[in-house]
Design a protein around this ligand. Sequence first.
Ligand code: ZN
Length: 107
Amino acid sequence: MHDDDEDYIGCDGEDVPCDHDDYDTDILTGRCMCWRCGESWYATAAEMDRELRFQSEYAEIMEREDRRQRWSDFWWAVRHPLATIHWELSKRGWFRKPAVSDDDIPF
Ligand SMILES: [Zn+2]
């Protein structure tokens, strides 16, 4: 009469099947291992494909980020001396247009 609960899986937590959410894939061997229950299995071709794509996308993103950083360093290196030169020349009046400023009128 009161045995209904015995078939109820999951109320004590131990019978809940692990959904292998946290698993690691070895892309060389195709072997997966669940961090939670320790179960290991071999990934299917589709899973391997997804994992490889994910890893190469990640590598691509990191590479792009790295390249962006190098470009901004490069542009800073190129633009900074130019900006300095421009400022130096401006200070000497190379870029000053005559008669624009009242200060230049000598009378
Ligand atoms: Zn698991």
